[in-house]
Design a binder for this molecule. Structure first.
Ligand SMILES: [Zn+2]
Length: 117
């Protein structure tokens, strides 16, 4: 999927879960400290961040729809479970509430920034 589709899917699934006030961003990768990280849920910024690829670029997550969906559902489950980063009981219950497919398609205003020159 492309960047816009990933953001749209995340916003639609968030809306299905009753969350309307979070932001979604796609970055190139999470850097050398966490080279294979796919997603992050940041409470301070109310933002879900998704990686386009691994740090070394050998795996492009955006090219794998199933993997993107898995990551998006996981990060939304972190939103719903209010900081259960340990993937405990609260997280698992929340994950079960996140649909695999949005109930309907909503339009969002999505701004794509250009990479810094
Ligand atoms: Zn997690």
């Amino acid at each position: 999927m492309d960047v816009k589709s990933a953001i749209e899917l995340t916003l639609n699934l968030l809306a299905d879960c009753g969350v309307g006030s979070w932001n979604v961003e796609v970055i190139e990768n999470f850097g050398p400290e966490t080279p294979r990280r796919m997603g992050l849920c940041c409470y301070d910024r109310s933002t879900i961040t998704l990686a386009r690829s691994t740090y070394d670029g050998t795996k492009v997550y955006l090219d794998d729809d199933a993997e993107m969906l898995m990551t998006i559902r996981e990060e939304i489950a972190h939103v719903l479970s209010r900081g259960d980063y340990e993937h405990g009981e609260g997280f698992r219950r929340a994950l079960a509430l996140v649909p695999n497919v949005p109930s309907r398609h909503r339009e969002f205003r999505i701004e794509l920034s250009k990479p810094a020159a």
